[in-house]
Write a protein that binds this ligand. Sequence first.
Ligand SMILES: [Zn+2]
Length: 452
Amino acid sequence: MTNGLTDASRALLQPLSRSLRNHPKRITAALAALLLTAGGGAFAVASLGPDAADLPQQRIAQPVQSLASDATLAQLTDRPAFTLYRSEQLRSSDTAESLLQRLGVADPAAAAWLRRDPNVHQNLLGRTGRSVTAETTDDHRLTRLTARWAPDDSGNFKRLVIERSGDGFASRVESAPLTASSRLSGGVIRSSLFAATDESNIPDPVAVQLAEIFSGDIDFRRSLRKGDRFSVVYETLEADGEPLRTGRVLSAEFVNNGKKHEAMWFEEPGSKGAYYTLAGESLRRAFLSAPVAFTRISSTFSMRFHPILQKWKAHLGTDFAAPTGTAVRTVGDGVVEFAGVQNGYGNVIFVKHRSEHETVYAHLSRIDVKKGESVTQGETIGAVGQTGWATGPHLHFEFRVNGKQQDPMGIARSSEAAAPISAASRPAFDRVAALMRTQLNSAELIQQASAE
Ligand SMILES: [Zn+2]
């Protein structure tokens, strides 16, 4: 159950073992603090992927770096001089000077050299969000600067290395393969899903996937409770141990209002993969609960001031706040009944589903479908806008059954689920499910330990 934690702890201890012998108490305290604070309370101790042997190594890189920049470690090391590591993300306004300053480098010669280097101009300055690590001497002079990024989907990444060489510096750009691995993390909801994932350093695409995976059971826009918690295992593509790309969520658990929901990704032979409960039930329903993907600004409101009629009116339907241009997707398979302009609705699409179910998507900035066209669940049919009677960009969505308005969440929740795991795939599924169970339990244990 706690393999990840023990492996990581062992690996953490190795590079510090010498100091541990000399200063057992201090290093233990430092290590404990590190385990509890690494990744801002999230669990940075992911070592559960298929390449588990590689992971602790990589995991160490960050914590030890952050420790190394701490003055306490300086006292713990026996060497008179030591290396400081610091990582930063490039900002659009960064100059060589401002970047070095944030990296804790005080080295005018290095700044002057960076300003002149073509590799720096081409691959660093102006590359907002690119992550850079500096290694400096204890008097803050630059010894090495490294940046890593994935330019395309080739499975390789680029590494810019600038190193001290003689009186000056030398730079080179290298290429190397990204390494796939999985990460285990979790969090507790205090205000919103994104606040919790931010706190745990979980990338946004993972937060969005979490909300989408459980969207049939949990209303992330309206029903999250303070104290709800989650664990998640997701794929990452890493460059020298630094995650550059986020992949798919492999398994997750979400406790909403005391009720536990679970999911794992599984590919049945001959079909594309999907999410199932760990017992093998499909999480896919006949209808999605929302016509736009969950985002940071997702919200709903039920009463609004009508800008044209100048009065408050009960609002039929659900509004999804989203920027103009956000993809609008049909929530279920069906046929386009109407696609065009109608007064208050502006650009609007009506989709007819089976059993007298009908959905309406209004205020669109763009319509991608025509009357009579067949659409499948999740297909993009248009884009969010503010045509018709809309005070700002949002999607007005209605779900009607026999012409009557219904709560989309309720419809989605009670709609038919896709087929469970087939009997033929059951043995393979159960093996993966057992592994996922172990990983999720580990995430939970680690989380509890960090909360104490
Ligand atoms: Zn509306």
